[in-house]
Design a protein around this ligand. Sequence first.
Ligand SMILES: [Zn+2]
Ligand SMILES: [Zn+2]
Ligand SMILES: [Zn+2]
Ligand SMILES: [Zn+2]
Ligand SMILES: [Zn+2]
Length: 725
Amino acid sequence: MGRELTDDGPKLREERNFEEFHEDLRKDTRVPIVTLNNINNDTESRVHSHHVKQMIFNGKVTFEPVRLNQHNSDFKETKINVNQLSNQVLKPKGKGIHKSTNYNNKTRGFNELTTPYINKFIHQYNLNDLNRNIINAISGISKAQRNFLSEYDMDEQDELYLQFLNNRYCKGTLTNDLFEIVMTVLENEWIHLEKQIPPRSLSSNSSASDHHTQTARIYYELYGSDDGTSAFSEQACAVCNETESTNSNAIVFCDGCDVAVHQECYGIVFIPEGQWLCRLCLVSKNRKVNCALCPSHTGAFKQTDAGAWAHVICAIWIPELYFANLNYMEPIEGIQNIHKSRWKLNCYICDQKVGSCIQCSNKNCFTAYHVTCAKRASLCINFNKTPVSTIVQNQMSSDNMIQSYCDKHSPTGWHDCTEGIMKTRRYYRDLNQSKIENNIFPEVPQKNETQVASANRSKWKTNRGTPIAPHFFSQIVESVLSLAKVEHSNKVCYLICKYWSMKRELKRGAPLVRRFDSSSYNTLTLDQLKERINFSDVLLEDLLKLKGLSKLIKKRIELDEKLNSIDKNINNISRAPEKIFLRNAILSKFVSSPTFRAFERLFQESNKHYVMIVRCKNFEFNKLSEFKEYMEESFAQIEQDPDSTRLLLTKTSKTKELFESLINKISDFDVKKHIRQDFTSDPNNGMITQERPWKGPILLEDEELSDAEELNIREERLLRHFLNR
Ligand SMILES: [Zn+2]
Ligand SMILES: [Zn+2]
Ligand SMILES: [Zn+2]
Ligand SMILES: [Zn+2]
Ligand SMILES: [Zn+2]
């Protein structure tokens, strides 16, 4: 037997390094972070975003980072260079994934779309008056809607369906808010209703389930059971045969084949919300499989490392076998280690040459039997209250932890097994003669269509546990829709009810709105409650810290934005320093002066000289010389124009006077030279890149400052020393 423990044993997926699963994942790849400033509510951008959502929903947009339109003010770029990223778009590997190599080129329109990655948050307090009134009215509609709060949160799928409803029936009258209200109404109604449905009628109608129980009883009396089903009392775990369960080790029922197992007996680490399926039903539903080790087709199965199927109990009892992962109890390994002689053993109960047997633990007895045959015959084959997890963990080190005995060597006090053995033999005889098919109960006689329809009318849930909205649900929805004057509300109410059922089906019957259930606290002890309160206190403290942190982050972002806008300003100035200087020092003063305004009032817009006014007011000059030349020429044109009135000529000379006085103040001022003194500039585009370090002495020389000239040599040396320090 070549079974040895590895050093650290199998690890949970969560504990393993991601590189084991994704060798090629480039963890250093930068992803674009996109924030949306304003949510556009105009229809055009909505259509675009629907288009994108549709693509995402269909799995067509998966890997491409959003390519931003640089000049679109709706987006703000982070410091990550998005353009650079979109040039090296990650290409999906392997086939079956939508080809997207030239994605950006093919759909140019994508650039202008609103980003699809951010959901809109619709808050209760953001509801408009209409919806507020509707909510107030809903609370009175039925008992289930008391203290109504719109709690449903739409997803991409809902948005697409809503768009469909609006296009087809409602012409835009069904809003997002209203849809969320209606879905919440349905959830409330169902939760209220579910409390009142008698548990037995949940899965099927009562006469059929009576029939079912009756058949099960007959079957059990005839054939016994090897999977815990007995139809008399609570269903026992198919692995350990116990009926008790605890919070941390609950008995879970498969929604496909109804097999019952403890979490620890089947390796169920997390119980999913809604539906749970055993491995067999998950992998090959409705298909009969053979156990590699025994003749039985019922019970709790897992797969072997080679993909074959085997019972969990067969894997536990046959000493050569073990579970590769102890937490998930799969796959079953070690079949190749089973000794040849074990395969040759003959089951004394069923007498079939299939699979592999175990032997009576009595040292002098060689009687062999299949694990499942022993169980069906109710031989003494149990774990003596040892937890299955303990047995499984010690499977490779100790063979003595569990014992089984043939009927002759049963411990004293064990019941007589003759009848059980007889039942088992009868079971396999009838099974092999096709009198029973895989222990599936005889079909309930087929009903005709009207009978099925009437049966469905009284059904609450489908066989998969999905709620079916009863007729009065649609009436309630219609009354809500008509409050909002939604078009075709009598038709749409049915569609929404159906959609709600399908949405529940998609979530395996789980509620679509999460609710706090205070009743779960009733079972806690005082100490457990105290522990929870302490934990909540810690949590609250952390949350408050988080709140403080968020405030700081917000502040930092605001400062960052401020810095950005200042940077932008500086860049604008540096790109055209003379233009800015001209605007700030001359033009703005010039156009806002009373003289200029009086001058401006003399012109009609159609006047040929009016263009001068416009150019001044729009600061359309890049250089001082350009401005000077243009103005001088314009003044001259007015003066020489024979149509100019005396008033115009007077005002012109006054304006010209003002213009010249402003110009003369700065005519010999070299803007660029001054800027160069304080900043270094990029020789390629003339942009200011950096502030120069302080160079006092150079300035002293360049400017020939008068103060410095009057210093004697000693004083000057002192000053230089001071400035250079
Ligand atoms: Zn169990
Ligand atoms: Zn199942
Ligand atoms: Zn088996
Ligand atoms: Zn057998
Ligand atoms: Zn024996």
